[in-house]
Design a protein around this ligand. Structure first.
Ligand code: ZN
Length: 172
């Protein structure tokens, strides 16, 4: 299966607010399959469609990190409908910000509503790493990258380094 190119900061596409998917059809399923393949190949545990330059509200995740027993999650039009008052801090990374990590604080648990691979409405309450990952990927759909939570100084330093390391990155 073809893999897609992952775009890096500071590509302005990453600031796009992605559009809701009207219907989960074969085209959307094909996108999810290719995204999953791309994510596994990277390797990563989450990927939003905008990271492969597709401005649709689609994310794929697999926090198991076990290629012998993959546990992929597909979420179309994911929406957080509840957040816990408790927070968690994780050292986050991102395939669009290669080799940079930062501690980010987010609600420890969230309830997310989404359409699954078959277009069925689902609601799931998630905690731990999955909660962080889901929130990180939904942020992408709203044009937010984890480094946006850092100070401007820190953010610009990381962007500069990423850009230097991957000069062939498309910057519009
Ligand atoms: Zn990311």
């Amino acid at each position: 299966m073809a893999k897609l190119d992952i775009i890096n900061v500071p590509d302005p596409l990453l600031k796009t607010v992605s559009k809701a998917v009207g219907q989960v059809d074969d085209q959307v399923r094909q996108l999810m399959d290719t995204m999953l393949e791309t994510m596994y190949g990277a390797p990563g545990i989450g990927l939003a469609a905008i990271q492969v330059a597709v401005p649709k509200r689609v994310i794929v995740l697999d926090i198991a990190g076990d290629m012998d027993n993959p546990q992929p999650l597909f979420m179309v039009n994911p929406k957080v409908v509840w957040e816990s008052e408790e927070f968690n801090v994780y050292n986050e990374g991102c395939l669009s910000v290669p080799e940079h990590y930062a501690e980010i604080e987010r609600p420890a648990e969230v309830t997310v509503q989404y359409l699954d691979y078959d277009g069925k409405q689902q609601e799931q309450t998630v905690g731990g790493l999955l909660s962080t990952c889901v929130q990180h990927e939904i942020d992408h759909l709203n044009g937010v990258v984890f480094i946006d939570y850092l100070s401007k100084l820190k953010r610009n330093m990381i962007i500069k380094k990423v850009h230097k390391a991957t000069p062939d990155t498309t910057v519009l």
